[in-house]
Design a binder for this molecule. Sequence first.
Ligand code: PGA
Length: 251
Amino acid sequence: MKKLIAGNWKMNGSWAEARILTEKILEGIAADKGVADTCEFVIFPPFVHLGVVKESLTDPDSPLTYGAQDCGLHENGAYTGEVSAEMIRDFACEYVIVGHSERREYHHETNEIVKQKAAIADSNGLKVIICVGEKESEREAGQHKEVVGAQLVESMPENASVENTVIAYEPVWAIGTGKTASVDDVREMHGFIRQQLGERFEEPERVRILYGGSMKPDNARDLLATDNVDGGLIGGASLDAEAFLAIAKSA
Ligand code: PGA
């Protein structure tokens, strides 16, 4: 299975910058054939920048695709400010992220909400990256497996399958802080997540498990070489085409 290198742009940049960043990533991938043999790429621009990204990504065989950072909780209707999974799919997005810790924290999204969003996204034919991860205090209290185990069970909808599900393990204390989980911690947590997926799916090895949290060119090689790490969900470093590509090359 190829590694999935996912860039979460969060709430950054202008549409002009989104276009330039997309084109630089495309050029970088084209300039290094090897990288497309080992990696698939997906970028997550803010909603209003999806259009310019889509304009640059016209080749259906491109190893680079795009998705949305979140989706609405409901099918359609009077939900001001929301964007539905159906609209996201209609815009030809392949992926959507749900349950990012920033949504869980700042928008009070519970596992139940994440599960409903994932269910709607799944039923609209999107591939869903479900984010899980413990807070620093939970790790210090030795509760990391318990927390992540519960998030997995409670956030994964009935219609989740090995084809449409990706899990991103993102320890909250490592996101945007420059602190990365150690390779041993990542090996332990990804092994645990794989084992939990085994309770749910017959072929748990077909579900990609991404690591996220301060992944950078200088730590990506070790992280991506760790057992059960099938790619990365990259925030800060994905805003720099060179750094994003360097992470992929280290895979
Ligand atoms: P970071 O973000 O790489 O900036 O830590 C990762 C994420 O939030 O997905």
